[in-house]
Design a binder for this molecule. Structure first.
Ligand code: BTN
Length: 235
């Protein structure tokens, strides 16, 4: 079923607007899109700076395992169509040239999910952030990018994991994972079928479900997609 698009002007958060629609009895599938947001949120309670000019959307869709990974891959593929050499950093930050270009926030509501997507099309005043414009991308409008993301999302192969692994620049790197209960250091060796990161450290392989990942050095191995990862990615 195609997604309905609900256009909003400047609102607090597309996540909140999508939740209001759900609670009012509209279970989608739909995408709430805002021109700007005044109190947008990111992962782990952070603020998502959302001035006019960026893409801010929340998809209200059935919940599925690996939804976040599916959206991440769709976003990377869509951005590459516009000339942006995007990659993923676990779990689902979109990076370009070592900086963060886009983020994804999944909030579950029973059998539905509200999947927030924020993309910097223009430069934003945030440490470590990059934009499509800075990366030399040619995106005509937020709507054009959203349309491409939704097409990639719809056309995604059933088994998302191989595509996710291929887009994930974290694999093969030394990483620091910051969790609520401490820090894990090691080499990111794989992701499992839940999208959890496997990190080989001094005490063996640890399975990480959530946290912030810092890439400590460029990859030792070529991820095989022909992209250049030589810049340091600590975003
Ligand atoms: C992250 O921290 O990386 C996730 C950022 C998600 C931001 C988007 S912008 C659209 C949607 N509305 C919000 O309030 N947040 C998400």
């Amino acid at each position: 079923m195609p997604l309905r698009i609900v256009h909003c002007g400047r609102i607090a958060s597309t996540q909140d607007r999508a939740r209001e629609l759900l609670r009012a009895g509209d279970s989608g599938p739909l995408a709430v899109v805002a021109v700007a947001q005044s109190s947008a949120r990111g992962r782990r309670g952070r603020v998502w700076v959302s001035p006019e000019g960026g893409l801010y959307a929340s998809l209200l869709v059935p919940y599925e395992p690996l939804l976040s990974q599916r959206i991440g891959v769709a976003l990377v593929r869509a951005l590459r169509r516009f000339g942006v050499r995007a990659v993923l950093k676990w779990p689902n930050d979109v990076l370009v040239e070592g900086g963060k270009l886009a983020g994804i926030l999944i909030e579950r509501e029973g059998d539905r999910a509200i999947a927030g997507i924020g993309v910097n099309l223009e430069p934003v005043a945030v440490d470590g952030a990059r934009s499509v414009r800075q990366a030399g991308g040619r995106v005509a409008s937020p709507e054009a990018l959203l349309e491409a993301v939704l097409r990639e999302f719809e056309e995604m192969e059933a088994d998302v994991l191989p595509a996710y692994r291929a887009a994930l620049s974290t694999l093969g790197r030394p990483v620091r994972i910051e969790r609520d209960d401490g820090v894990v250091l090691g080499e990111a060796v794989d992701v499992d079928h839940h999208g959890r990161l496997l990190v080989r450290g001094e005490a063996g392989v640890e399975t990480i479900a959530s946290g912030d990942c810092v890439h400590l050095r460029p990859a030792r191995i070529d991820p095989g997609d022909g992209l250049d990862y030589s810049s340091s990615e600590g975003a």
